[in-house]
Ligand binder design. Structure first.
Ligand SMILES: *Cc1c(COP(=O)(O)O)cnc(C)c1O
Length: 342
């Protein structure tokens, strides 16, 4: 197998072309056969519902080259289940879990030479995408869909090691409405967040931080990641009807419990931020991105979680534990990983 000439440790989070993607079409009420493609393009009708009415959903997960030489994926059954929930939410046909997992296995095996080496800290990001493809000018769900998966190597999230970042509360924009599509992984939520995200970046912050859309009183999400805070040996994460259910957060809640922490999932008023000893943003990309501070420009308050730029001890322990499970280093007691290449 010819190895691609890639400087694995410095590739960042962009797009690098790989050899193949896998596709499956839905027509006449059923899913077809899995097809392998070497084209990076899709041919789509100009009146497709995905282009006009946002009938599109995606997922994101990673394949890890482990120290034992195997390639593992983490909880892809959970990504399949979340995509099914998204499908029910925006009236698309559900992708069965077996089809989803078969496509994950095939797309990773077909692009094995792009799975970065363990030592580099880089991983192979897997992007499943489901789009309505049939033509329709009226606002109705499509009758035909395309489900595809491509992969791209992504660099280590923390180049200078696991470190903290500043966030800023936004009151001028909402990512999603209380009874909207925030709980589904659809592109529309991202479109809604682009402006707030740019403003936060322009102000020198790592990301925007959302309060609940209705009362602007409770913590919602950290950009496109879930929030957690740590205090009194307790892992606290918000309960809300507009947060995307993160698989990383779900896993961290279990690990926190395994490590003897209490876990609370409830509304978190903004002022409670002042009481946390540590805080973090979590998701597949960074696993945990520890929060240095959260500024609220409206009130002038600044909630500081790290004074020296270093992550707190519990965040570090959670981070190391989940990473060691993903890389097959610690026993996978919950059966979260699946070997896709022996
Ligand atoms: C994908 C995503 C997350 C993180 O979910 P993971 O399953 O942990 O990767 C969090 N928030 C939003 C808005 C997302 O789209």
């Amino acid at each position: 197998m010819k190895q691609p000439e890639i400087d694995w440790a410095n590739i960042g989070f962009g797009y690098i072309a790989t050899d193949y993607n896998v596709r499956c079409a839905y027509r006449n009420g059923e899913w077809g056969e899995i097809e392998v493609s070497s084209s990076e393009l899709i041919n789509i009708h100009m009146a497709a519902t995905s282009l006009h009415y946002g009938q599109e959903a995606f997922e994101g997960l990673k394949a890890y080259r482990c120290p034992d030489g195997k390639v593992r994926v983490f909880r892809d059954d959970e990504n399949a289940a979340r995509l099914q929930s998204t499908c029910r939410g925006i009236l698309m046909p559900e992708v069965p879990t077996e089809l989803f997992q078969e496509m994950v296995t095939r797309v990773v095996r077909l692009n094995e030479r792009f799975v970065p080496p363990y030592e580099s800290g880089a991983t192979l990001y897997i992007r499943p995408l489901l789009i309505g493809t049939s033509a329709q000018v009226g606002v109705h769900p499509a009758s035909e869909y395309l489900f595809l998966m491509f992969v791209t190597p992504v660099g280590p999230y923390f180049k200078g090691g696991f470190s903290t970042n500043p966030y800023v509360i936004t009151r001028d924009y909402d990512r999603s409405a209380p009874l909207g599509t925030g709980i589904y992984k659809v592109g529309g939520n991202y479109a809604a967040s682009l402006k707030a995200n740019k403003i936060a970046h322009d102000m020198g912050y790592s990301c925007e931080f959302y309060l609940d859309a209705k009362e602007k009183k409770y913590i919602d999400e950290c950009g496109a990641a879930n929030f957690f805070g740590i205090k009194n040996n307790t892992y606290v994460t918000p309960a809300s009807t507009s947060i995307l259910p993160s698989i990383t957060n779900k896993s961290l809640m279990q690990i926190a419990e395994d490590l003897g922490l209490k876990v609370e999932r409830r509304q978190i008023p903004e002022e409670e931020l002042a009481t946390f000893e540590e805080a973090g943003a979590c998701g597949t990309a960074a696993v945990i991105s520890p929060i240095e501070r959260i500024d609220d420009p409206t009130t002038g308050k600044s909630y500081v979680f790290s004074k020296d730029g270093k992550p707190g001890p519990i965040s570090t322990r959670l981070y190391n534990t989940i990473r060691n499970i993903q890389y097959g280093i610690e026993p996978d007691i919950h059966g979260w990983t699946r070997v896709v290449i022996e």
